[in-house]
Structures are given as C-alpha cells and as structure tokens.
Design a binder for this molecule. Structure first.
Ligand code: ZN
Length: 197
C-alpha cells in the first residue's frame, strides 16, 4: 500500500470516530446553494465559504469552468435537490492561465509524463511518445480571471435548462489573502431574469 493510501485511510478512521450525527443528514443541501469552483489544492470551499457537511453542493473542475458537465451537475442540483442560488468562483494564480489548448495538446502528443514549467514555458523531461488525442479536447484555459468568471456566469445564465429565477454570483478567490472578491460584471450577468409582462 502506498504511503498516501495509508495516510488517507488513517485520516478517515479518525474522521469516523467523530462522525456523530452526520449520518442523519438529509441528501438535499440544507442551505440551498451550490458553488462551482477550481480543483486547485489551495482552495478549500468548506473553509473559504463556511460550509459543513450537508450544507451545499460544491462542483469542482480545472478552472471552475462552466463546462457541459458542470452545468449538468448544477441542473441536477436545482432540479432534483432544490438549490436556489449559485456561485462561480475562479481564483488568482490559476494553473489554467499558464497554457493554451495548443501547448497542452503538443506536450501530450510528445509524452504523457508530468511536464515542468520554468515560469515561462512548459517542457517534457522525457519524450517517450504520447498521443494526439489532446488535439481534440477543448481544455477551457483562462486568459483573465474576471473575464472567465463573467463568461461562465453568462453561459450558465443563458443555458436553456437553467431557470431564470436562480441568481448566479461571480467571484475571484485571492490565493494570497483567502478573500473572495466579487466580479461585478459576472454577478450582473447572473442576475435573476425578470419575467416579461
Ligand atoms: Zn485553478
């Protein structure tokens, strides 16, 4: 067993010790909201947004982007589990700003091992032959965090399966301070759409 597996299993054993009444939590999130955010290891939505088990849905992917799959989860979150407000939270210093679709596709085409970044460019330490499949994927990279949050909120707002009555708020989390900074253009784009009279 790898040391990582041993650590995870040990941590879980102590979690189970203090699990208490959490086994009685209801399936739908008690506080009725959902957060779409990045998988970055420095972000802990439970801590930065004050969540306990059972409180809210947290949907994570690289960048916190409003991909088809993220929207699938949000639609389920509302339609079947009753969330009524959503947040899109990207962050400063995101890895998704450090490459383009072409860069990652070329790296994968050359070798599947972990590449290294010198602050400017990515390169492969080995060249054992990768696969061209990366050229067919849209990687949802980011050029500017505020723009990407606004773009994602807008995409969710305009999705035909998202009811107009759900407000969607856009924020950028600052990895230096832990602060959530609202992106006004995003929250504006995510406003509840008034019904036509
Ligand atoms: Zn990120």
């Amino acid at each position: 067993m790898s040391s990582i597996v041993r650590e995870v299993v040990a941590a879980n054993q102590s979690y189970v010790q203090g699990f208490g009444k959490k086994g009685e939590l209801a399936l739908p999130p008690a506080r009725g909201f959902a957060i779409l955010t990045c998988m970055d290891a420095r972000l802990d939505p439970a801590k930065y947004a004050g969540l306990a088990e059972g409180d809210a849905h947290v949907i994570r992917n690289a960048g916190g982007r409003a991909t088809d799959d993220a929207i699938r989860s949000l639609v389920i979150s509302h339609k079947l589990l009753g969330t009524k407000e959503w947040f899109v939270i990207h962050h400063t210093n995101c890895g998704m700003e450090l490459f383009s679709d072409e860069v990652i596709a070329d790296l994968l085409d050359d070798d599947l091992g972990t590449a290294s970044f010198d602050g400017k460019r990515w390169s492969n330490p080995h060249h054992h032959g990768g696969h061209a499949a990366g050229h067919f994927i849209k990687w949802h990279t980011i050029k500017n965090q505020e723009d990407s949050v606004a773009q994602d909120v807008r995409r969710i707002r305009e999705h035909p399966l998202v009811p107009p009555g759900i407000p969607i708020y856009g924020y950028v989390y600052d990895v230096k301070s832990g602060r959530l900074n609202e992106v006004k253009a995003a929250t504006d784009a995510g406003r509840v759409v008034a019904k036509a009279a």
